[in-house]
Design a protein around this ligand. Structure first.
Ligand code: GBH
Length: 449
């Protein structure tokens, strides 16, 4: 258990928790919500490890007030949630579902009533199925549909959402969703998936303009990053690591800051039209950084379809997901972003950071999760160290408030500060919740509103 007191964070530092719509809301067929690619994927046999779906998940759609009360009890100053595109536009475009917009309005108002800043992500992977049927993110039109959807949401909530996040982890939606097929929509296009990268970024840029027209709140994107460690020391290993870095850390960031796409990946970029890169490079106010762990890379075997090989990073403790735990990787990553993007880099907020463990209530009904406490303690200290290094980090959101539906892993991975019994829906704060409440209470430096 960590004992040293947590250092203070700068005045106004944002303390938050993150979730996403399909992972917690449930109510998949309720009040006019349309189907998304994740409904389709989860209901396809063999795709989800435990055969489950997000049909009910945490039933947050009905229990949102209880969940906001949990956030208030924790003392967070912000909540990052995502809006389900098919809940507000069941066909992805055209006919609006007023009940869907009403739900997010109730949620936002409940947050504000508790002094919690609403931080809304517009796309956390749940594309409306009718848009997928029209080609999904392979189709350039989807970028325009996304901007219309952003306009619709901002027209209703633009006066109350305190930070907009256009896309969540477009790299994961590209790689797992469209290159390897582990996530919805299950396409296996490998490097031919490049148009999905470009159209997501184009959608981001068009959405930034749409949001600016309706709302004075700052705008961000949430990218996932992983510092790359070379395994072996040959020139080929070093080159493979650089290629992986271009793919994982630069593909969705270089264009945001006016540097265009990395060329060393050899993508066919015919999807990129004149003017697109200017749309994509529209200034943003915050860079959202999702961090879980570093990645170890070496040169591929002869005949491999990929220009790198990922290998397990040894010598670190591991989570229940078998991901290595390395807080120093977060400080290293923040330094890398700061050095590479320099004056073009806006303030950073850590929009996701967290870990899965096999947490269960004990005989007295407590849920002890000392490994999560150690994880969060280490990563918060890494953020504090990065701030001392000169990186402008203005917030930290834990993934996640609740145990929830972890995509292809179904209900088998628990990331919450709050335990959820998926039979009854019962919420039980874990020991990490009590720990974080103390950290926030003793380190936040602005008065409670
Ligand atoms: C995020 O994705 C998502 O935004 C969120 O919805 C999700 O619930 C959460 O994280 C937890 O998964 O191969 O051992 O090096 C995270 C993306 C991709 C991060 C895989 C860690 C590699 C682990 N992740 N990654 S490893």
């Amino acid at each position: 258990m960590p004992t040293a007191p947590m250092p203070e964070f700068p005045t106004g530092f944002r303390w938050g928790v993150s979730t996403s719509a399909y992972q917690i809301e449930g109510a998949a067929g309720t009040d006019g919500r349309g189907p998304s690619i994740w409904d389709t994927f989860a209901h396809t046999p063999g795709r989800i490890i435990d055969g489950s779906s997000g049909d009910v998940a945490c039933d947050h759609y009905h229990r949102y007030a209880e969940d906001v009360a949990l956030m208030a009890g924790l003392g967070v100053t912000a909540y990052r949630f995502s809006i389900s595109w098919p809940r507000v536009l069941p066909s992805g475009t055209g006919q609006v579902n007023p009940a869907g917009l009403d739900f997010y309005e109730r949620l936002v108002d409940e947050l504000l009533a508790h002094g919690i800043d609403p931080v809304a992500t517009l796309f956390h992977w749940d594309l409306p199925q009718p848009l997928e049927d029209a080609g999904g993110w392979l189709n350039r039109d989807t970028a325009h549909r996304f901007a219309e959807y952003a306009d619709l949401v901002a027209a209703r909530l633009g006066d109350r959402v305190r930070l907009w996040i256009t896309l969540n982890e477009p790299f994961i939606h590209l790689s797992l969703g469209h290159a390897t097929g582990v996530h919805a929509p299950g396409r296996m296009l490998l490097f031919d998936a490049f148009p999905v990268a470009h159209h997501q970024l184009l959608g981001h840029g068009l959405a930034v303009a749409a949001l600016r027209a309706r709302s004075t709140s700052p705008v961000a994107i949430a990218n996932n990053y992983s510092p790359v460690r070379v395994v072996g020391g040959s020139e080929a290993d070093v080159a493979a690591a650089a290629t992986y870095e271009a793919l994982h850390n630069r593909l969705f960031t270089d264009p945001l800051f006016g540097r265009g796409y990395p060329t060393e990946l050899g993508f066919d970029t015919t999807a990129v039209r004149d003017g697109d890169l200017d749309v994509i490079a529209a200034p943003i106010d915050v860079l959202g950084v999702n961090y879980y762990n570093p990645t170890a890379v070496r040169a591929p075997e002869e005949g491999s379809p990929l220009p790198f090989e990922l290998v397990p990073l040894t010598g670190y403790p591991r989570t229940a997901f078998d991901w290595p735990v390395d807080p120093a990787g977060l400080r290293e990553l923040l330094g890398w972003l700061h050095d590479r993007y320099r004056t073009t880099l806006p303030p950073i907020q850590i929009t996701e950071s967290g870990c899965a463990y096999d947490d269960a209530p004990d005989a007295d009904g407590w849920v002890p999760d000392p490994d999560r406490i150690a994880y969060l303690d280490g990563h918060l200290r890494a953020v504090r160290a990065a701030i001392d290094d000169g990186v402008d980090v203005t917030g930290y959101f834990v993934w996640s408030l609740l145990d929830n539906w972890e995509w292809a892993e179904g209900f088998t991975k628990r990331f919450g500060l709050v335990h959820v019994d998926f039979e009854t829906g019962q919420r039980t704060p874990k020991s990490s919740y009590a720990w974080l409440r103390e950290v926030i209470a003793t380190t936040r430096r602005e008065p409670r509103r």
